[in-house]
Design a protein around this ligand. Sequence first.
Ligand code: SF4
Length: 279
Amino acid sequence: MSEVRVRSEIPSPASEERRSGEVLSLEEIHQLNEVFEGKPAEALLEWALERFHPRIALASSFGAEDVVLIDMLWRIQPQVRVFTLDTWRLPTETYDVIDRIRERYGIAVEIYTPDPAEVAEMVRAHGYNLMYRSIELRKLCCHVRKVKPLERALVGLDAWITGLRREQAVTRAHVAKIERDRAHRDCVKLNPLADWSWEQVWAYIRQHDVPYNVLHDRGYPSIGCAPCTRAIQPGEDPRAGRWWWEQDAAPRECGLHVAEWARVGVVLPSEEGVRTSET
Ligand code: SF4
């Protein structure tokens, strides 16, 4: 795909059509999804960095998809911003890969942690391992340790980038490459690997010798906090190792990305091409 051709397809800004405070209008998002669906992830990242840097950052948990994006972004813009949510319950292997990424790329990873007072209050009321006692308490822990720090991380950003892929889970099957994130001031949420397979992710990591979390070699396709992540067996759903004790009682999500497609204006893939949906 020629970069020149991609650029020629990108709609020119139509700021007068945007609502006050909106980064992109729904119509612009619709058009951009039509341009970038089926295009290489790098094409979307190049456009996004040119348009939004430094008011754009990658939200990284340093899983396989995220290290691919870090490598791609760094090749385009070495000063790219990367932030992570340190819940204080991450596996040692995750801290290891963060350090290796910092050394390899020279990126100053921005660290967002929970409010110590909120954590202390939660633990005092419900204990350290409250997540095993009920879905509500697990969600409370995710809210305090992940969702609220994410809200702080997104302050001042016009756009954020994630490693969401459609084949990761049924809750992500309709992820669009470009979304409007109504939960966070209508900022833009970019998912450049939405149409990638697990095999493509690993082909990229091996081709470019990208540092990755060694838990992936031990049967962990998806890696979150240590108390809430286990290895999966061959044939199990990739998300089966997250909050495994909840069985099928709740979506295996932490509240950062829950049904984003269902509550923001997104473009859904369809047989006719793509269409915009706002619910
Ligand atoms: Fe708490 Fe587990 Fe959620 Fe981490 S994944 S914030 S430990 S409930």
